[in-house]
Design a protein around this ligand. Structure first.
Ligand SMILES: [Zn+2]
Length: 140
Protein backbone atom coordinates (compact mmCIF):
# COMPACT_ATOMS: atom_id res chain seq x y z
CA UNK A 1 0.00 0.00 0.00
CA UNK A 2 1.20 3.50 -0.78
CA UNK A 3 2.19 5.40 2.29
CA UNK A 4 3.20 8.97 2.81
CA UNK A 5 6.65 9.68 4.24
CA UNK A 6 7.25 12.53 6.67
CA UNK A 7 10.85 13.36 7.47
CA UNK A 8 11.91 14.64 10.85
CA UNK A 9 15.29 15.60 12.27
CA UNK A 10 16.81 13.48 15.04
CA UNK A 11 16.78 16.63 17.18
CA UNK A 12 13.03 17.17 16.75
CA UNK A 13 12.36 13.49 17.33
CA UNK A 14 14.28 13.59 20.63
CA UNK A 15 12.65 16.87 21.58
CA UNK A 16 9.17 15.35 21.36
CA UNK A 17 10.25 12.40 23.54
CA UNK A 18 11.59 14.84 26.13
CA UNK A 19 8.39 16.93 26.11
CA UNK A 20 6.28 13.78 26.52
CA UNK A 21 8.44 12.67 29.44
CA UNK A 22 8.28 16.07 31.13
CA UNK A 23 4.49 16.25 30.82
CA UNK A 24 4.02 12.71 32.15
CA UNK A 25 1.55 11.58 33.48
CA UNK A 26 -0.30 14.26 31.50
CA UNK A 27 -0.46 14.39 27.72
CA UNK A 28 1.80 16.91 26.02
CA UNK A 29 0.72 18.57 22.78
CA UNK A 30 1.90 20.97 20.14
CA UNK A 31 1.95 22.06 16.53
CA UNK A 32 3.84 20.67 13.53
CA UNK A 33 5.23 23.17 11.02
CA UNK A 34 6.69 22.74 7.55
CA UNK A 35 7.96 25.15 4.92
CA UNK A 36 5.76 25.70 1.88
CA UNK A 37 8.44 24.39 -0.51
CA UNK A 38 9.21 21.31 1.64
CA UNK A 39 5.86 20.04 2.82
CA UNK A 40 7.10 16.54 3.78
CA UNK A 41 9.79 17.66 6.20
CA UNK A 42 9.09 18.90 9.72
CA UNK A 43 10.68 22.32 9.90
CA UNK A 44 9.70 23.22 13.44
CA UNK A 45 7.72 21.94 16.42
CA UNK A 46 5.86 24.27 18.74
CA UNK A 47 4.99 22.98 22.21
CA UNK A 48 1.65 24.34 23.39
CA UNK A 49 -0.22 24.18 26.66
CA UNK A 50 -2.65 21.30 27.11
CA UNK A 51 -5.86 22.96 28.31
CA UNK A 52 -8.01 19.79 28.42
CA UNK A 53 -10.12 19.44 31.57
CA UNK A 54 -8.50 16.08 32.16
CA UNK A 55 -4.98 16.31 30.69
CA UNK A 56 -4.21 12.84 32.04
CA UNK A 57 -6.52 11.39 29.40
CA UNK A 58 -7.02 14.04 26.71
CA UNK A 59 -5.40 16.96 25.03
CA UNK A 60 -6.72 20.26 23.78
CA UNK A 61 -4.41 22.82 22.25
CA UNK A 62 -4.58 26.27 23.81
CA UNK A 63 -6.82 28.26 21.40
CA UNK A 64 -4.67 31.42 21.45
CA UNK A 65 -1.48 29.93 19.93
CA UNK A 66 -3.69 27.82 17.66
CA UNK A 67 -5.46 30.91 16.35
CA UNK A 68 -2.13 32.68 15.79
CA UNK A 69 -0.72 29.60 14.07
CA UNK A 70 -3.66 29.30 11.67
CA UNK A 71 -3.29 32.93 10.75
CA UNK A 72 0.48 32.66 10.24
CA UNK A 73 -0.04 29.55 8.13
CA UNK A 74 -2.39 31.46 5.81
CA UNK A 75 -0.13 34.46 5.27
CA UNK A 76 3.43 33.07 5.30
CA UNK A 77 5.58 30.25 3.92
CA UNK A 78 5.36 28.50 7.29
CA UNK A 79 2.56 25.95 7.05
CA UNK A 80 0.81 24.29 9.93
CA UNK A 81 0.24 20.66 8.91
CA UNK A 82 -1.00 19.14 12.14
CA UNK A 83 -0.40 18.36 15.77
CA UNK A 84 1.56 16.03 18.00
CA UNK A 85 0.50 14.71 21.40
CA UNK A 86 1.44 11.93 23.78
CA UNK A 87 -0.41 8.92 25.14
CA UNK A 88 1.24 8.61 28.57
CA UNK A 89 0.10 5.07 29.30
CA UNK A 90 -1.15 3.98 25.93
CA UNK A 91 -0.12 3.11 22.43
CA UNK A 92 0.95 5.48 19.66
CA UNK A 93 -2.37 4.88 17.89
CA UNK A 94 -5.24 7.41 17.65
CA UNK A 95 -8.05 7.00 20.18
CA UNK A 96 -11.72 7.14 19.27
CA UNK A 97 -11.82 10.69 20.63
CA UNK A 98 -8.76 11.63 18.53
CA UNK A 99 -10.68 10.37 15.49
CA UNK A 100 -13.71 12.49 16.32
CA UNK A 101 -11.61 15.64 16.88
CA UNK A 102 -9.23 15.51 13.93
CA UNK A 103 -9.55 17.86 10.98
CA UNK A 104 -9.35 15.91 7.70
CA UNK A 105 -6.00 16.26 5.97
CA UNK A 106 -4.04 16.88 9.15
CA UNK A 107 -0.89 14.99 10.04
CA UNK A 108 -0.70 13.78 13.61
CA UNK A 109 2.26 12.39 15.51
CA UNK A 110 1.46 10.34 18.60
CA UNK A 111 4.17 9.67 21.16
CA UNK A 112 4.01 6.63 23.48
CA UNK A 113 6.48 4.31 25.15
CA UNK A 114 9.47 6.46 24.22
CA UNK A 115 8.64 6.13 20.54
CA UNK A 116 6.18 7.66 18.07
CA UNK A 117 4.05 6.99 15.01
CA UNK A 118 2.73 9.27 12.29
CA UNK A 119 -0.86 9.45 11.05
CA UNK A 120 -2.66 11.20 8.21
CA UNK A 121 -6.35 11.84 8.66
CA UNK A 122 -8.48 10.67 5.83
CA UNK A 123 -12.18 9.84 5.55
CA UNK A 124 -11.45 6.24 4.65
CA UNK A 125 -8.71 5.70 7.17
CA UNK A 126 -7.90 2.29 8.59
CA UNK A 127 -8.35 3.53 12.22
CA UNK A 128 -11.93 4.58 13.03
CA UNK A 129 -12.34 5.58 9.36
CA UNK A 130 -10.17 8.60 10.10
CA UNK A 131 -6.46 7.81 10.22
CA UNK A 132 -3.95 6.10 8.01
CA UNK A 133 -0.46 5.30 9.20
CA UNK A 134 2.38 7.26 7.61
CA UNK A 135 6.11 6.61 7.69
CA UNK A 136 8.31 8.82 9.84
CA UNK A 137 11.80 9.01 8.40
CA UNK A 138 14.41 10.32 10.81
CA UNK A 139 17.11 12.38 9.13
CA UNK A 140 20.09 14.24 10.53
ZN1 LIG B 1 -4.74 10.87 21.64
Amino acid sequence: MWSMILSLSRHDYNQMLIWAERAYPEECCGLIWVKKNKMNHVDKLELTKNIALNPLKHFEIDPKPLFDANRKSRVSDDKLIGVFHSHPNGRAVPSKLDASNVVLGQIWIIIANNSMRGWLSDENGEIYDRFNSIIINIVN
